[in-house]
Each structure stands twice: as C-alpha cells, then as structure tokens.
Design a binder for this molecule. Structure first.
Ligand code: MG
Length: 160
C-alpha cells in the first residue's frame, strides 16, 4: 500500500554585512547576507528539515551539526542532497515541495526560476513540482526590519 508522508520545515538566519546572500542555491547581489556556520541558505535548510521531518528523521542540526568543522561554509545544496538520499534509502521519493521565503528585501521574484531549477535538479524532480513563493513582512517585526530572512517549506513524500 502506498504511504504518503508530509514534512514541514522552518528556518531563519540573521542578515549581516559582509556575507554573501545565498537562497535556494542562488547567490543574490544585496550587500548583506545571511549569517551562519554553513552558507546559511534558509530556504534550502527549511526544505531539508521538511524532508527529514516527513520520515521523522530528526532535524538538520542532528545530521549536519554546526559544531562540526566539516560543515563550515558548507554548500547547502550538498546538505539537501544528502538529506534526500536518506529519504530514498527509506524507500520514499519526493512528490512535491512548496516553500515561502519571508524577506523585506531584496526582491526574490527575479531569482525564483533559478532557485526552482537548482532545487528540482538536486532532488531529481520536475521544476513544476517545486513551488517557491516570496512575501515581505509588511515592515513588521524582525523580518520587516531586515534583521533576518526566514523560510518555511512543506513536502509530500510517497513510498514505492
Ligand atoms: Mg539554517
């Protein structure tokens, strides 16, 4: 019998001057970037956590600890692929992903097609199964003050 599992992920990183802004595997010219041990790609981290969550495999910090020098400056595309391999090893595959980036600036829309392409290729699915949306925080709260950028993601994985 086919088993369907849903997974949810959330991530947030602080914006900092002097860092590259990388979201969905795309480097975006902005003058500030997300701070973190890895490349701090909040979108890919949210999707990675959603994949792990779908099969109750813990979270990204468990599999790729930020205390491990191996992951310093890590390319989050590699973390995403490694997490997805765990899903495949369990006999499941990804059906689709739906994610939202919350950022006051910069404009995400011009970069979304490239993000979709990178994520789809990393997960060996069609780009039409990768939904990336973006919203501002209406200048309210931490995201609205541009203190950080956050992302949420849900995934559906299917057995067989
Ligand atoms: Mg993160």
């Amino acid at each position: 019998m086919t088993d369907f599992r849903i997974g949810y992920g959330f991530d947030l990183h602080r914006l900092k001057k002097g860092r590259k802004l990388i979201l969905g595997g795309v480097e975006i010219s902005f003058g500030m970037g997300l701070d973190g041990h890895s490349d701090a790609d909040a979108l890919l981290h949210a999707i990675t956590d959603a994949l792990l969550g779908a099969l109750a495999l813990g979270d990204i910090g468990k599999h790729f600890p930020d205390t491990d020098p191996k992951y310093k400056g890590a390319d989050s595309v590699v973390l995403l692929k490694d997490a997805y391999q765990l899903i495949l090893d369990k006999g499941y595959k990804l059906s689709n992903v739906d994610a939202t980036i919350v950022a006051e600036q910069p404009k995400m829309n011009p970069h979304i097609p490239k993000m979709q392409e990178i994520i789809a290729e990393s997960l060996s699915i069609g780009a039409d199964r990768v939904s990336i949306k973006a919203t501002t925080s209406e200048r309210i709260g931490a995201m609205g003050r541009q203190e950080g950028i956050s992302a949420t993601a849900v995934v559906l994985v299917v057995s067989g």
